[in-house]
Design a protein around this ligand. Structure first.
Ligand SMILES: C[S@@+](CC[C@H](N)C(=O)[O-])C[C@H]1O[C@@H](n2cnc3c(N)ncnc32)[C@H](O)[C@@H]1O
Length: 264
């Protein structure tokens, strides 16, 4: 149960957060994980590392309740007890609660975990262990969404994992402000951010996206959405195993199987 005597696993890091910062990943969670949450025996969701204010946990509960199921319960877990205390006025039991916890998830068995902008401040070598600890605590069939975004949430990237490990990588951008796919480099999840170097698959992906984006420049007058659609179509035609559909691309997203981008 939340608040168990076990020592929370992890360390306190910077608490930067912002209203609406995580809407892009939340919308993707609704689309990609909504069915799993709808059929989950216990619709419990953990927001791990919500930061200095609980605003993104409040938003996650509201979005999932509106779009997936009204009885979803969100528990925001923070390793910093000061932030746990500060979040209590936003609690709305039993739908939204805040407790102290780390990668072990405080003894909870959630159907879904969102851990955003948490691992970014850890060493790359700590990622595999953190992933294993979190996925090991999931309910059967549960999922973990772990990723990174910029401060306003215009640019993000995340990994979907289940008990068997990482399944996919998603890149997502607000297309109106996207200058080019190279911008994703600084927002890659911790497992990939140091792998954007020649010889690594994620470097090849960003290089292919950059070339396709430049070739799609004639589409720019039709708007960034048309240019992005053309870009994704081109990398798919070049052999990248794109998982999602044009409807997703229109939202500025691109999802690939983890195997296609995993570090060598
Ligand atoms: C940059 S904030 C992210 C806030 C919010 N998730 C967002 O994306 O806007 C990172 C937070 O994660 C917390 N944190 C770091 N490691 C953690 C762990 N192992 N378990 C729980 N919280 C952790 C930090 O204390 C910090 O408040």
């Amino acid at each position: 149960m939340a608040g168990s005597a076990r020592r929370p696993q992890g360390v306190v890091t910077r608490g930067t957060t912002n209203p609406n910062r995580l809407r892009r990943v939340d919308n993707w969670i609704v689309d990609a994980c909504g069915d799993a949450l709808r059929t989950a025996e216990d619709p419990l969701v953990v927001d791990l590392g919500y930061g200095a204010t609980p605003v993104t946990a409040v938003e996650l509960r509201a979005r999932l309740a509106a779009a997936v199921r009204a009885d979803v319960r969100v528990v925001g877990l923070e390793i910093d007890p000061v932030r746990v205390a500060a979040a209590q006025p936003a609690a709305d039991p039993p739908w939204l609660a805040f407790a102290r916890g780390g990668f072990e998830l405080a003894g909870l068995r959630p159907a879904l975990v969102r851990a955003f902008n948490v691992l970014r401040q850890y060493d790359e070598g700590e990622v595999a262990g953190a992933w294993a600890t979190m996925t090991g605590a999931l309910a059967p069939g549960g999922r973990l969404v772990e990723g990174t975004c910029d401060e306003l949430g215009r640019l993000g990237a995340w990994v979907l994992l289940d008990a068997d490990g990482p399944r996919s990588l998603t890149l997502a951008a607000k297309l109106a402000t996207l200058e080019g796919p190279a911008q994703f480099a600084e927002r890659l999840p911790k497992a990939l951010i140091h792998r954007n170097v020649p010889g690594e698959p994620v470097h090849a992906l960003l290089t292919a996206l950059g070339a396709a984006w430049r070739s799609a420049a004639p589409f720019a007058p039709y708007g960034p959405r048309q240019r992005w659609l053309r870009t994704v179509t081109a990398v798919r035609e070049a052999g990248w195993p794109v998982l999602d559909r044009p409807a997703d691309w229109r939202h500025g997203r691109l999802t690939l199987p983890w195997d296609a981008v995993a570090p060598r």
